[in-house]
Design a protein around this ligand. Structure first.
Ligand code: SAM
Length: 237
């Protein structure tokens, strides 16, 4: 992968960025995404934020090598602290991390989201944590995608602010309101894989000393398995 040839996963993230966007890419190891956007007319300016020195240095080098220093500012900072009010950021991208980490980055930095019109988030796991955060913080889902690359399955969530109260039921939170409507083959594969893991864990928990913790964990897994069975039963009806 490089700034010209992004992974399929990052190409799909890039496709949700609007042409006149000012982008903050948080966790911007190598700054491939912002460089690609700037080269291809996918954004007008960008900030690349990184918390770790090594990837921050790689991002700086990449931006220099691409001759984009006047368009992309690279900052060493945790999460949304990479954004300054004068940047005029309209779109935030956060890709390649767990959903819980992405949700905590959004929660910790929510004052920096004033003026942001779109969040494009690509959690590797646990997208539910982001959906919960979105519901509690006035962001609605405008698009969702699911894709498979090199045998890994990824979700992309596109959120925009809303004044209206957003409500998602348990199924929509877990599976994604748009992904549930699409029910693609990759979606089915993801949840079949997950269900197989849940069932194996639930079985192991069944054969362990039944503490309160174990019982709660088992109940949560059984609830998720039941939700999944409901979703796929709808499918067959
Ligand atoms: N976004 C790129 C992608 O999708 O290919 C890089 C993903 S890489 C797996 C995750 C990057 O996020 C790492 O470089 C890591 O240092 C950075 N990161 C993790 N937590 C962060 C945080 N709180 N703030 C900024 N960067 C963070």
């Amino acid at each position: 992968m490089n700034a010209q040839q992004l992974s399929v996963r990052l190409m799909k993230v890039a496709a949700h960025v609007q042409a006149d966007a000012v982008v903050a890419d948080i966790g911007s190891d190598h700054a491939y995404l912002p460089c690609h956007l700037l080269h291809n007319g996918g954004a007008v300016r960008a900030v690349a934020g990184e918390i770790v020195k090594g990837p921050y240095e790689s991002a700086k080098k990449q931006v220099q090598a691409e001759g984009l220093e006047d368009k992309i500012t690279v900052r060493l900072a945790p999460g949304l602290e990479a954004i300054e009010p004068s940047d005029g950021i309209t779109t935030v991208t956060i890709a390649g991390m767990g959903g819980s980490l992405i949700a905590s980055i959004l929660e910790d930095g929510k004052d920096r989201l004033k003026g942001v019109e779109r969040l494009i988030l690509q959690p590797n796991v646990h997208a539910q944590a982001i959906r919960l955060w979105a519901v509690e913080n006035g962001w609605q889902t405008v698009a969702e995608e699911i894709l498979k690359e090199k045998d890994k399955i990824y979700e992309i969530l596109v959120l925009e602010p809303t004044e209206e109260k957003v409500e998602l039921d348990a199924k929509q939170l877990l599976f994604g309101p748009e992904l549930l409507k699409q029910r693609t083959e990759v979606f089915k594969e993801k949840w079949q894989r997950e269900a197989a893991q849940w069932k194996a864990i639930a079985e192991r928990l069944e054969n362990t000393t039944q503490t309160e913790d174990i019982r709660t964990k088992k109940e949560q897994l059984l609830e998720k398995i039941a939700l999944m069975e409901e979703v796929f039963a709808d499918e067959n009806s």
